[in-house]
Design a protein around this ligand. Structure first.
Ligand code: NAD
Ligand code: DAU
Length: 349
């Protein structure tokens, strides 16, 4: 019988790339995509594989305890790859409870349902929790996050993700649930919702709108192409040690202001604008409260133990990303209509 793997949040940015990777690469698995289709979930992201024989979409909310218990009992999932989350830091600042509900309670619901199913025999079962480097808090101007860096989350988003990481570990310790966790840096690439820095700037450059830079723009992030994260998730799920944590990153640090200038440069060429035209859209705005100065990942462990490393260079990834948005302007127009307008007005008023 085929192994049944449920991927939560599979209609979102990273989840859709993970679902595609697993559906295409593993015909011996049946992949269930469990997603509530919030503002961030979009089945358009998966049109190319939606009719695959080894794929099923299930619309459902991980915070709905009864529904999750029944679904797990019915489908008897062998593995869980858990990505469903509220993922945007700015939204967590205005509505922390939504993050507690999905990221903490939702995760515990999944753990409970998996435990109810297999606690008498965990053989060949695995709960994989996909987390973020933000649980480690902020770095100063030097140093890197390793797997042993202490947790020190600063935003309601990162606190909720840290909490969910702790619950996963607790289920491993208390109930012997086989688990693995990964903590990744900032992803970018196709299908990224335009509330996040890179797709927001691409959208605004196309429409000649201001590019909002928080504070002085000197905040630093480590960027990884989303398909490389999906490859890493594949490696961690299949080869990662039980109860282990793996940091995933691109060894690719950029200050926000430099990144946005680079994006403007590439967009000028693509849009046939004169050099420096899009840069004039850069606008410094009020800083994000509790803004973490710098994230940077030491991805040595996953490289040495699982043989993973990023395969897409930043210039190549950025060019592919711009190309995707230029060729998918209908996708961009659809996701930025309606509720997005209200969010944008409120966030950048
Ligand atoms: P996203 O916001 O693009 O997608 C989240 C998905 O989860 C959406 O499809 C949404 O519909 C679904 N979802 C939300 N609440 C749900 C609920 N209650 N029940 C079922 N489905 C629900 O997020 P993303 O950027 O793709 O991030 C995916 C995961 O990876 C998250 O756990 C995030 O913390 C983690 N992560 C993200 C990044 C990044 O740079 N984006 C980096 C490291 C880790
Ligand atoms: O590090 C991993 C995390 O990366 C993930 O866990 C999160 O889900 C993901 O959203 C991302 O968090 P960030 O807060 O780093 O991403 P965001 O794109 O929101 O912001 C990137 C940087 O750009 C950050 O320093 C804030 C800044 N920024 C962001 C926006 C939206 C701006 O200057 N202006 C903006 O308008």
């Amino acid at each position: 019988m085929k192994k049944k793997i449920v991927i939560t949040g599979g209609a979102g940015f990273i989840g859709s790339h993970v679902v595609r990777q697993f559906v295409l690469k593993y015909p011996e698995y049946h992949i269930y995509n469990l997603d509530a289709l919030t503002y961030a979930g979009n089945l358009e992201n998966l049109r190319d594989i939606e009719n695959a024989a080894n794929y099923t979409f299930v619309k459902g909310d991980i915070t709905d305890e009864e529904f999750i218990q029944e679904l797990f009992q019915k489908e008897q999932f062998d593995g869980v790859i858990h990505l469903a989350a509220e993922s945007h830091v700015d939204r967590s600042i205005t509505d922390p409870l939504a993050f507690v509900k999905t990221n903490v309670i939702g995760t515990v619901n999944l753990l409970q349902a998996f435990k109810a199913l297999w606690q008498d025999n965990w053989q060949d079962k695995r709960f994989y929790h996909v987390s973020t480097d933000e649980v480690y808090g902020t770095l100063g101007e030097s140093g890197l996050f390793t797997e042993t860096t202490s947790y020190d989350p600063n935003s309601p988003y990162s606190a909720s993700k840290a909490s969910s990481d702790h619950f996963v570990r607790a289920y491993g310790e208390t109930y012997n649930m086989p688990y693995v966790i990964s903590n990744c840096s900032n992803n970018y690439g196709p299908n990224h919702f335009p509330e996040k820095l890179i797709p927001l700037c691409i959208h605004n450059i196309i429409h000649n709108k201001p590019l909002p830079i928080y504070g002085d723009g000197k905040y630093t992030r480590d960027w990884l192409f989303v398909i490389d994260h999906a490859r890493a998730i594949d490696d961690v799920f299949h080869k990662g040690g039980n109860t282990e944590t793996y940091n995933i990153g691109g060894f690719n640090e950029w200050q926000n202001i430099d990144l946005v200038k680079e994006l403007c440069k590439q967009m000028d060429q693509v849009l046939g604008r004169t050099a420096g035209e899009s840069e004039q859209l850069i606008t410094f705005v009020k800083d994000r409260p509790g803004h973490d100065l710098r994230y940077a990942i030491d991805a040595t462990k996953i490289n040495k133990e699982l043989g993973w490393s990023p395969s897409v260079s930043f210039p190549e990834g950025l060019a592919k990303t711009i190309d995707w948005y230029m060729n998918n302007q209908e996708w961009l127009a659809n996701v930025t209509s309606g509720a997005y307008q209200d969010y944008y007005k409120e966030q950048y008023k």
